[in-house]
Design a protein around this ligand. Structure first.
Ligand code: DX5
Ligand code: ZN
Length: 226
């Protein structure tokens, strides 16, 4: 099983199943792994932190049962992430990211410890408008930092290039064994800037699942080797 803390840091391609066919989820998710994707990204929204409802622990458990070897990266866009850590852990999540905007810093550190106690790696996400400077002291406590390049809520939004400057600043603060993930609006056209800013985990929903199956391997390769 993949471990986000392991070197070498080749870029990992993380299709977001938010744009998969939910009626054929096991097949769609299995296919994208079979053509070269490294892990699956699960976008969880509660209708409060983000204006959408997407998926919960039961769906995560179904993906785990269908794909026992898949690495499942759960991105909690919810107002109360502590409520969901254990349910997703017991549903087979390997990694859990929650948002800095919903907790005070001490609680972020405590929740990261809880995530690890339950056998997962821990991630901290920030929205496009959230500055990094006040959060710098939190970064050492996480295995991965996620910089949003769209406002949380929906796949298919336009990439926000203004986040790249902040992303470079985040990379400069990370240890070599910490990952930097970017999520939102990423395509083969803008991936070079994302990689150049130091990102090594690349989330994409529309760019991958918006293509016919026969073209998806090409997109995964284009995202990995711009
Ligand atoms: C946005 C989600 C993203 C999004 C990515 O709220 O966190 O993962 O679904 O979708 P695309 O790649 O279509 O922007
Ligand atoms: Zn996401």
């Amino acid at each position: 099983m993949l471990d986000l803390r392991d070197p070498p840091h080749l870029p990992l391609i993380a299709p977001s199943i938010l744009s998969a066919d939910f009626a054929r989820l096991g097949e769609d998710a299995g296919h994208i792994l079979s053509v070269g994707a490294d892990l699956l990204h699960l976008d969880v929204m509660d209708g409060h932190f983000a204006p959408n409802l997407t998926m919960g622990p039961a769906l995560c458990g179904c993906v785990r049962n269908a794909l026992p070897d898949a690495f499942l990266d759960v991105h909690l866009m919810v107002r109360d992430p502590g409520m969901f850590v254990e349910p997703f852990a017991t549903s087979g999540a390997n990694h859990m990211t929650f948002h800095a905007e919903v907790l005070i810093p001490d609680h972020c550190i405590d929740l990261a410890a809880t995530v690890r106690q339950l056998g997962m790696t821990a991630g901290l996400a920030i929205n496009p408008q959230t500055p990094i400077e006040p959060l710098a002291g939190l970064l050492p406590h996480f295995d991965m930092i996620l910089v949003m390049s769209v406002q949380p809520g929906f796949s298919g939004q336009a990439f926000m290039p203004e986040v790249l400057c902040k992303t470079r600043a985040v990379r400069a603060l990370l240890r070599p064994n910490q990952r930097l993930e970017m999520d939102g609006g990423i395509t083969p056209t803008n991936i070079a800037g994302v990689r150049d800013a130091g990102c090594d985990v690349i989330v994409a929903a529309t760019a991958i699942f918006g293509q016919p199956k026969a073209l998806r391997a090409g997109v995964v390769n284009a995202l990995r080797r711009p």
